[in-house]
Design a protein around this ligand. Structure first.
Ligand code: NAD
Ligand code: DAU
Length: 336
Protein backbone atom coordinates (compact mmCIF):
# COMPACT_ATOMS: atom_id res chain seq x y z
CA UNK A 1 0.00 0.00 0.00
CA UNK A 2 1.29 3.44 -0.95
CA UNK A 3 0.14 6.33 1.22
CA UNK A 4 0.64 10.05 1.18
CA UNK A 5 0.46 11.48 4.68
CA UNK A 6 0.37 15.25 5.09
CA UNK A 7 1.47 16.90 8.34
CA UNK A 8 3.41 13.78 9.27
CA UNK A 9 5.99 15.69 11.31
CA UNK A 10 3.43 16.93 13.83
CA UNK A 11 2.15 15.22 16.94
CA UNK A 12 -0.51 12.84 15.60
CA UNK A 13 0.89 12.48 12.08
CA UNK A 14 4.28 11.29 13.35
CA UNK A 15 2.68 8.79 15.73
CA UNK A 16 0.55 7.55 12.82
CA UNK A 17 3.50 7.14 10.43
CA UNK A 18 5.57 5.20 12.98
CA UNK A 19 2.61 2.97 13.74
CA UNK A 20 1.89 2.21 10.06
CA UNK A 21 5.55 1.50 9.19
CA UNK A 22 5.84 -0.84 12.13
CA UNK A 23 2.50 -2.61 11.64
CA UNK A 24 2.55 -3.19 7.86
CA UNK A 25 5.79 -4.26 6.14
CA UNK A 26 4.26 -3.49 2.73
CA UNK A 27 3.29 0.11 3.53
CA UNK A 28 5.29 2.92 1.86
CA UNK A 29 4.68 6.50 2.90
CA UNK A 30 5.39 9.87 1.34
CA UNK A 31 5.18 12.47 4.11
CA UNK A 32 4.47 16.02 2.92
CA UNK A 33 5.04 18.53 5.70
CA UNK A 34 5.91 22.22 5.66
CA UNK A 35 7.79 22.04 8.99
CA UNK A 36 5.98 24.99 10.49
CA UNK A 37 6.75 25.81 14.13
CA UNK A 38 4.76 22.65 15.04
CA UNK A 39 6.52 20.27 12.65
CA UNK A 40 9.63 18.50 13.87
CA UNK A 41 11.67 15.91 11.97
CA UNK A 42 13.06 14.68 15.29
CA UNK A 43 9.64 13.10 15.87
CA UNK A 44 10.48 10.69 13.06
CA UNK A 45 13.99 9.59 14.11
CA UNK A 46 12.65 6.05 14.48
CA UNK A 47 11.39 6.06 10.88
CA UNK A 48 15.00 5.99 9.65
CA UNK A 49 15.22 2.25 10.21
CA UNK A 50 12.51 1.75 7.56
CA UNK A 51 14.74 3.29 4.84
CA UNK A 52 12.93 4.29 1.66
CA UNK A 53 9.58 3.10 3.01
CA UNK A 54 9.28 6.59 4.47
CA UNK A 55 10.10 9.53 2.22
CA UNK A 56 9.93 13.01 3.66
CA UNK A 57 9.15 15.98 1.40
CA UNK A 58 9.27 19.46 2.82
CA UNK A 59 6.47 21.46 1.24
CA UNK A 60 3.13 23.14 1.50
CA UNK A 61 -0.20 21.42 0.91
CA UNK A 62 -1.43 24.64 -0.73
CA UNK A 63 1.29 24.28 -3.41
CA UNK A 64 -0.71 22.76 -6.25
CA UNK A 65 2.31 22.01 -8.50
CA UNK A 66 4.14 20.21 -5.73
CA UNK A 67 1.09 18.21 -4.68
CA UNK A 68 0.44 17.30 -8.34
CA UNK A 69 3.99 16.07 -8.80
CA UNK A 70 3.80 13.92 -5.67
CA UNK A 71 0.53 12.34 -6.73
CA UNK A 72 1.84 11.39 -10.24
CA UNK A 73 2.94 8.22 -8.60
CA UNK A 74 -0.66 7.34 -7.68
CA UNK A 75 -0.72 6.56 -3.96
CA UNK A 76 -3.63 4.40 -2.83
CA UNK A 77 -4.73 6.97 -0.29
CA UNK A 78 -4.04 10.45 1.05
CA UNK A 79 -4.46 11.06 4.78
CA UNK A 80 -4.62 14.75 5.58
CA UNK A 81 -3.27 15.60 9.04
CA UNK A 82 -1.65 18.89 7.95
CA UNK A 83 -3.19 21.81 9.77
CA UNK A 84 -2.72 24.78 11.98
CA UNK A 85 -4.00 23.10 15.12
CA UNK A 86 -3.88 25.45 18.12
CA UNK A 87 -7.06 27.29 19.11
CA UNK A 88 -5.24 30.11 20.94
CA UNK A 89 -3.08 30.91 17.90
CA UNK A 90 -6.21 31.06 15.73
CA UNK A 91 -7.55 33.73 18.09
CA UNK A 92 -4.34 35.73 17.68
CA UNK A 93 -4.38 35.47 13.86
CA UNK A 94 -6.59 33.18 11.81
CA UNK A 95 -5.04 33.75 8.37
CA UNK A 96 -2.74 30.71 8.35
CA UNK A 97 -5.67 28.60 9.57
CA UNK A 98 -7.85 29.52 6.61
CA UNK A 99 -4.94 29.08 4.21
CA UNK A 100 -3.73 25.67 5.35
CA UNK A 101 -6.88 24.13 6.76
CA UNK A 102 -9.33 25.26 4.08
CA UNK A 103 -7.34 26.11 0.93
CA UNK A 104 -4.88 23.28 1.60
CA UNK A 105 -7.68 20.73 1.82
CA UNK A 106 -9.20 21.99 -1.44
CA UNK A 107 -5.83 21.74 -3.23
CA UNK A 108 -5.38 18.16 -1.99
CA UNK A 109 -8.92 17.17 -2.98
CA UNK A 110 -8.55 18.55 -6.50
CA UNK A 111 -5.19 16.89 -6.98
CA UNK A 112 -6.51 13.55 -5.69
CA UNK A 113 -9.38 13.81 -8.10
CA UNK A 114 -7.10 14.56 -11.05
CA UNK A 115 -4.79 11.67 -10.26
CA UNK A 116 -7.49 9.12 -9.36
CA UNK A 117 -6.29 8.59 -5.79
CA UNK A 118 -8.54 5.86 -4.43
CA UNK A 119 -9.23 7.19 -0.92
CA UNK A 120 -9.01 10.51 0.89
CA UNK A 121 -9.13 10.59 4.69
CA UNK A 122 -9.64 13.96 6.35
CA UNK A 123 -8.46 14.15 9.97
CA UNK A 124 -10.95 16.42 11.64
CA UNK A 125 -11.96 17.24 15.18
CA UNK A 126 -14.84 17.20 17.66
CA UNK A 127 -14.50 21.00 17.84
CA UNK A 128 -16.51 21.35 14.63
CA UNK A 129 -19.63 20.49 16.68
CA UNK A 130 -19.19 23.44 19.04
CA UNK A 131 -19.77 23.21 22.77
CA UNK A 132 -21.93 21.07 25.06
CA UNK A 133 -23.63 22.01 28.34
CA UNK A 134 -23.47 19.61 31.25
CA UNK A 135 -25.53 16.97 29.42
CA UNK A 136 -25.34 15.10 26.12
CA UNK A 137 -22.72 13.89 23.66
CA UNK A 138 -21.77 14.67 20.07
CA UNK A 139 -22.89 12.15 17.47
CA UNK A 140 -22.06 12.30 13.76
CA UNK A 141 -25.58 13.74 13.25
CA UNK A 142 -24.90 16.88 15.29
CA UNK A 143 -24.95 20.08 13.23
CA UNK A 144 -21.62 21.83 12.72
CA UNK A 145 -21.41 24.83 15.08
CA UNK A 146 -17.73 25.76 15.41
CA UNK A 147 -16.85 28.52 17.87
CA UNK A 148 -13.15 29.31 17.31
CA UNK A 149 -11.49 30.36 14.04
CA UNK A 150 -9.56 27.05 14.23
CA UNK A 151 -12.76 25.02 14.56
CA UNK A 152 -14.44 27.06 11.82
CA UNK A 153 -11.57 26.35 9.42
CA UNK A 154 -11.77 22.62 10.19
CA UNK A 155 -15.55 22.64 9.69
CA UNK A 156 -15.11 24.43 6.35
CA UNK A 157 -12.65 21.73 5.28
CA UNK A 158 -15.07 18.99 6.34
CA UNK A 159 -17.79 20.54 4.18
CA UNK A 160 -15.45 20.70 1.20
CA UNK A 161 -14.56 17.03 1.66
CA UNK A 162 -18.24 16.12 1.88
CA UNK A 163 -18.99 18.11 -1.28
CA UNK A 164 -16.31 16.26 -3.28
CA UNK A 165 -18.04 13.00 -2.39
CA UNK A 166 -21.52 14.27 -3.31
CA UNK A 167 -20.46 16.16 -6.45
CA UNK A 168 -17.66 14.04 -7.89
CA UNK A 169 -18.28 10.68 -6.23
CA UNK A 170 -14.84 10.76 -4.63
CA UNK A 171 -14.10 8.10 -2.01
CA UNK A 172 -13.64 10.24 1.08
CA UNK A 173 -13.88 9.71 4.83
CA UNK A 174 -13.83 12.14 7.72
CA UNK A 175 -12.70 11.28 11.24
CA UNK A 176 -13.55 13.59 14.14
CA UNK A 177 -11.57 12.91 17.26
CA UNK A 178 -11.55 14.37 20.75
CA UNK A 179 -8.49 15.74 22.60
CA UNK A 180 -5.33 13.67 22.16
CA UNK A 181 -2.43 13.27 24.56
CA UNK A 182 0.80 11.28 24.38
CA UNK A 183 4.42 11.53 23.16
CA UNK A 184 5.54 14.28 20.76
CA UNK A 185 2.71 16.71 21.53
CA UNK A 186 3.85 20.31 21.08
CA UNK A 187 4.09 22.02 24.48
CA UNK A 188 1.57 24.74 23.65
CA UNK A 189 -1.26 22.25 24.35
CA UNK A 190 -2.66 21.75 27.86
CA UNK A 191 -1.01 18.50 29.00
CA UNK A 192 2.57 19.02 27.73
CA UNK A 193 2.41 22.72 28.65
CA UNK A 194 1.52 21.87 32.23
CA UNK A 195 4.06 19.03 32.52
CA UNK A 196 6.94 21.11 31.16
CA UNK A 197 6.03 24.24 33.14
CA UNK A 198 5.76 22.18 36.33
CA UNK A 199 9.19 20.62 35.72
CA UNK A 200 10.58 24.18 35.41
CA UNK A 201 8.66 25.37 38.51
CA UNK A 202 6.90 27.93 36.27
CA UNK A 203 3.28 29.02 36.69
CA UNK A 204 0.57 26.72 35.32
CA UNK A 205 -1.93 29.04 33.58
CA UNK A 206 -5.44 27.63 33.97
CA UNK A 207 -8.12 29.43 31.95
CA UNK A 208 -11.25 30.66 33.71
CA UNK A 209 -12.46 28.44 36.55
CA UNK A 210 -10.60 25.37 35.24
CA UNK A 211 -13.85 23.41 34.97
CA UNK A 212 -14.02 23.16 31.19
CA UNK A 213 -14.20 19.52 30.23
CA UNK A 214 -12.31 17.71 27.49
CA UNK A 215 -12.74 14.07 26.42
CA UNK A 216 -9.18 12.67 26.41
CA UNK A 217 -7.85 9.87 24.22
CA UNK A 218 -4.33 8.50 23.86
CA UNK A 219 -2.80 9.33 20.48
CA UNK A 220 -2.13 5.62 19.81
CA UNK A 221 -5.81 4.80 20.20
CA UNK A 222 -6.61 7.64 17.78
CA UNK A 223 -4.07 6.33 15.25
CA UNK A 224 -5.48 2.79 15.47
CA UNK A 225 -8.92 4.20 14.73
CA UNK A 226 -7.64 6.13 11.69
CA UNK A 227 -5.95 2.98 10.41
CA UNK A 228 -9.26 1.09 10.69
CA UNK A 229 -11.24 3.86 9.01
CA UNK A 230 -8.67 4.00 6.20
CA UNK A 231 -8.89 0.25 5.55
CA UNK A 232 -12.52 -0.53 6.39
CA UNK A 233 -14.54 2.68 6.62
CA UNK A 234 -17.54 3.21 4.31
CA UNK A 235 -17.04 5.82 1.63
CA UNK A 236 -18.58 9.23 2.34
CA UNK A 237 -18.98 8.55 6.06
CA UNK A 238 -17.97 10.52 9.13
CA UNK A 239 -16.60 8.62 12.14
CA UNK A 240 -16.41 10.13 15.62
CA UNK A 241 -13.43 8.96 17.69
CA UNK A 242 -13.38 9.24 21.47
CA UNK A 243 -12.60 7.17 24.54
CA UNK A 244 -15.47 8.24 26.85
CA UNK A 245 -13.02 9.91 29.16
CA UNK A 246 -14.28 13.32 30.24
CA UNK A 247 -12.00 15.19 32.62
CA UNK A 248 -12.14 18.82 33.84
CA UNK A 249 -8.93 20.74 33.12
CA UNK A 250 -8.19 21.43 36.77
CA UNK A 251 -8.24 17.73 37.58
CA UNK A 252 -5.62 17.11 34.89
CA UNK A 253 -3.41 19.90 36.18
CA UNK A 254 -3.64 18.64 39.76
CA UNK A 255 -2.89 15.10 38.60
CA UNK A 256 0.28 16.29 36.85
CA UNK A 257 1.44 18.27 39.89
CA UNK A 258 0.88 15.29 42.17
CA UNK A 259 2.72 12.95 39.83
CA UNK A 260 5.69 15.38 39.69
CA UNK A 261 5.52 16.08 43.43
CA UNK A 262 5.10 19.81 42.80
CA UNK A 263 2.95 22.19 44.90
CA UNK A 264 -0.55 23.27 43.84
CA UNK A 265 0.57 26.85 44.49
CA UNK A 266 2.07 26.73 40.96
CA UNK A 267 -1.48 26.91 39.55
CA UNK A 268 -2.43 30.35 38.34
CA UNK A 269 -6.03 31.02 37.28
CA UNK A 270 -5.85 33.37 34.32
CA UNK A 271 -8.19 35.27 32.02
CA UNK A 272 -10.34 32.86 30.04
CA UNK A 273 -9.86 31.99 26.38
CA UNK A 274 -12.40 34.03 24.35
CA UNK A 275 -15.25 31.81 23.12
CA UNK A 276 -13.93 28.95 25.28
CA UNK A 277 -15.99 25.79 24.62
CA UNK A 278 -17.27 24.47 27.93
CA UNK A 279 -17.49 20.76 27.37
CA UNK A 280 -16.77 18.14 24.69
CA UNK A 281 -17.98 14.54 24.84
CA UNK A 282 -17.93 12.12 21.94
CA UNK A 283 -20.26 9.29 21.05
CA UNK A 284 -18.00 6.91 19.09
CA UNK A 285 -20.52 4.04 18.95
CA UNK A 286 -20.57 4.05 15.13
CA UNK A 287 -16.82 3.35 15.05
CA UNK A 288 -17.16 0.76 17.80
CA UNK A 289 -20.07 -1.17 16.26
CA UNK A 290 -19.27 -0.85 12.53
CA UNK A 291 -15.50 -1.23 12.68
CA UNK A 292 -15.00 -3.01 16.01
CA UNK A 293 -12.72 -0.34 17.50
CA UNK A 294 -12.28 0.30 21.18
CA UNK A 295 -9.64 2.22 23.11
CA UNK A 296 -6.88 0.14 24.69
CA UNK A 297 -5.01 2.66 26.84
CA UNK A 298 -6.69 3.74 30.07
CA UNK A 299 -6.18 7.33 31.10
CA UNK A 300 -4.23 6.66 34.30
CA UNK A 301 -1.68 4.45 32.51
CA UNK A 302 -1.52 6.72 29.47
CA UNK A 303 -0.91 9.79 31.61
CA UNK A 304 1.79 8.08 33.69
CA UNK A 305 3.59 7.05 30.49
CA UNK A 306 3.16 10.51 28.98
CA UNK A 307 4.58 12.31 32.02
CA UNK A 308 7.49 9.86 31.97
CA UNK A 309 8.03 10.46 28.24
CA UNK A 310 8.37 14.22 28.82
CA UNK A 311 10.74 13.59 31.73
CA UNK A 312 12.88 11.36 29.54
CA UNK A 313 12.79 13.71 26.51
CA UNK A 314 13.73 16.96 28.18
CA UNK A 315 16.12 17.90 25.37
CA UNK A 316 13.27 17.59 22.83
CA UNK A 317 10.95 20.05 24.58
CA UNK A 318 13.63 22.34 25.99
CA UNK A 319 14.86 22.97 22.43
CA UNK A 320 11.30 23.87 21.39
CA UNK A 321 10.69 26.06 24.41
CA UNK A 322 13.91 28.01 23.91
CA UNK A 323 13.08 29.21 20.39
CA UNK A 324 10.31 31.36 18.89
CA UNK A 325 7.94 29.50 21.21
CA UNK A 326 8.82 31.96 23.97
CA UNK A 327 7.80 34.94 21.82
CA UNK A 328 4.41 33.33 21.29
CA UNK A 329 4.14 32.36 24.96
CA UNK A 330 4.94 35.85 26.21
CA UNK A 331 2.56 37.48 23.74
CA UNK A 332 -0.39 35.17 24.50
CA UNK A 333 0.01 34.90 28.26
CA UNK A 334 1.26 38.46 28.93
CA UNK A 335 -2.13 39.97 29.71
CA UNK A 336 -3.68 36.81 31.12
P1 NAD B 1 0.36 19.61 14.97
O1 NAD B 1 0.18 21.08 15.04
O2 NAD B 1 1.17 18.93 16.00
O3 NAD B 1 0.98 19.22 13.55
C1 NAD B 1 0.56 19.82 12.36
C2 NAD B 1 1.57 19.46 11.28
O4 NAD B 1 1.10 20.01 10.04
C3 NAD B 1 2.97 20.03 11.52
O5 NAD B 1 3.94 19.03 11.31
C4 NAD B 1 3.09 21.15 10.50
O6 NAD B 1 4.42 21.37 10.08
C5 NAD B 1 2.21 20.62 9.38
N1 NAD B 1 1.68 21.70 8.52
C6 NAD B 1 1.09 22.86 8.91
N2 NAD B 1 0.77 23.60 7.84
C7 NAD B 1 1.16 22.90 6.74
C8 NAD B 1 1.08 23.13 5.35
N3 NAD B 1 0.54 24.26 4.84
N4 NAD B 1 1.55 22.19 4.51
C9 NAD B 1 2.11 21.04 4.99
N5 NAD B 1 2.23 20.78 6.31
C10 NAD B 1 1.75 21.69 7.18
O7 NAD B 1 -1.12 19.02 14.92
P2 NAD B 1 -1.70 17.66 15.55
O8 NAD B 1 -2.11 17.92 16.94
O9 NAD B 1 -0.79 16.54 15.22
O10 NAD B 1 -3.03 17.53 14.68
C11 NAD B 1 -3.02 16.83 13.45
C12 NAD B 1 -4.41 16.86 12.85
O11 NAD B 1 -5.33 16.26 13.76
C13 NAD B 1 -4.94 18.27 12.60
O12 NAD B 1 -5.64 18.27 11.38
C14 NAD B 1 -5.88 18.54 13.76
O13 NAD B 1 -6.90 19.41 13.38
C15 NAD B 1 -6.41 17.14 14.02
N6 NAD B 1 -6.83 16.85 15.42
C16 NAD B 1 -5.99 17.11 16.47
C17 NAD B 1 -6.39 16.75 17.76
C18 NAD B 1 -5.49 17.00 18.95
O14 NAD B 1 -5.93 16.79 20.09
N7 NAD B 1 -4.24 17.40 18.78
C19 NAD B 1 -7.64 16.16 17.97
C20 NAD B 1 -8.47 15.94 16.88
C21 NAD B 1 -8.06 16.27 15.60
O1 DAU C 1 -10.85 18.53 20.80
C1 DAU C 1 -9.89 18.33 19.81
C2 DAU C 1 -8.97 19.53 19.76
O2 DAU C 1 -8.18 19.47 20.95
C3 DAU C 1 -8.08 19.57 18.54
O3 DAU C 1 -8.88 19.71 17.39
C4 DAU C 1 -7.08 20.72 18.63
O4 DAU C 1 -6.17 20.66 17.55
C5 DAU C 1 -6.30 20.59 19.93
O5 DAU C 1 -5.45 21.69 20.08
C6 DAU C 1 -7.25 20.50 21.11
O6 DAU C 1 -7.96 21.76 21.32
P1 DAU C 1 -8.21 22.35 22.79
O7 DAU C 1 -8.42 23.79 22.67
O8 DAU C 1 -9.23 21.56 23.52
O9 DAU C 1 -6.78 21.99 23.45
P2 DAU C 1 -5.79 22.80 24.38
O10 DAU C 1 -4.73 21.85 24.82
O11 DAU C 1 -5.38 24.10 23.80
O12 DAU C 1 -6.72 23.12 25.65
C7 DAU C 1 -7.34 22.08 26.40
C8 DAU C 1 -8.12 22.73 27.52
O13 DAU C 1 -7.21 23.34 28.43
C9 DAU C 1 -9.05 23.83 27.05
O14 DAU C 1 -10.24 23.83 27.83
C10 DAU C 1 -8.26 25.12 27.34
C11 DAU C 1 -7.46 24.75 28.56
N1 DAU C 1 -6.14 25.43 28.68
C12 DAU C 1 -5.27 25.36 27.64
C13 DAU C 1 -4.06 26.01 27.68
C14 DAU C 1 -3.12 25.95 26.51
C15 DAU C 1 -5.81 26.12 29.85
O15 DAU C 1 -6.60 26.15 30.82
N2 DAU C 1 -4.59 26.75 29.90
C16 DAU C 1 -3.72 26.74 28.86
O16 DAU C 1 -2.63 27.38 28.98
Amino acid sequence: MKLMVTGGCGFIGSNFILRMLESYPDVRIVNLDLLTYAGNLENLQDAKKYGQRHIFVRGDITDMDLVDSLLQDGPDAVINFAAESHVDRSIMDSSAFVRTNVLGTQVLLDACRRHGVKRFVQISTDEVYGSLGSEGVFTEMNPLAPNSPYAASKAAADLLVRSYHKTFGMDVLITRCSNNYGPFQFPEKLIPLMITNAVCDSRLPVYGDGLNVRDWIHVQDHCRAIDLVLRKGSSGEVYNIGAENEVPNLEIVRHILKRLEKPESLIKFVKDRPGHDRRYAMDASKLRTELGWKPRIDFQTGMDETVLWYLEHEEWWRRIKSGQYMTYYEEWYADR
